[in-house]
Design a protein around this ligand. Sequence first.
Ligand code: VGL
Ligand code: ZN
Length: 201
Amino acid sequence: MEKRPALLIVDLQNDFCPGGALPVPEGDRIVPRVNQAIRLFERRGLPILASRDWHPRETRHFKEFGGAWPPHCVQGTKGARFHPGLRLPKRTVVVSKGMDPDEDSYSAFQAVTSKGRDLESTLREMGVGDLFICGLATDYCVRATSIDASKRGFPVRVLRDAVRGVDLKPGDSEGALGELKAVGATFVETRRLAKVLPPPP
Ligand code: VGL
Ligand code: ZN
């Protein structure tokens, strides 16, 4: 069967947006673009997936327990919810990661569905080829997810205007985009997305 493209929205959660616990500068600005991408995939009946950072209260991922980050995206909290402006269709496949208190888990390929299924087997079962990736943060989860996707044979297309980075060190996001290019990822602007997707039925 012909492979079909899918949209993967990475960690577009309250805590990664301005006002949240680990805000990505302008993280919320991408919401209208992501919604635009969702509409295009929805109209074509193409798979839509959303990952979420989903931590226990105590994890070595947090500063308090030896990690790098302030507490964020704690399971069941408001900060862990998807941004309220995000228009996820009911059929969206949500995958969660970061539940292991001993691991950082930046990649959505370390995430599982509500039934405990991993992302890779979920994508294969849906017949996914190209993976269109958007969301937060460019220099962490978007980076790790895109590198893993490439390694596993999914051609990666980053929605260039629908990602934002933390930039703990200035230039981290630009560096990450360079790395992604080096592993074969390509970039597309949301307004050009309709041109690179198969036409709607
Ligand atoms: C992320 C920092 C800490 C991410 C998750 O999803 O990019 N970044 N935890
Ligand atoms: Zn995290």
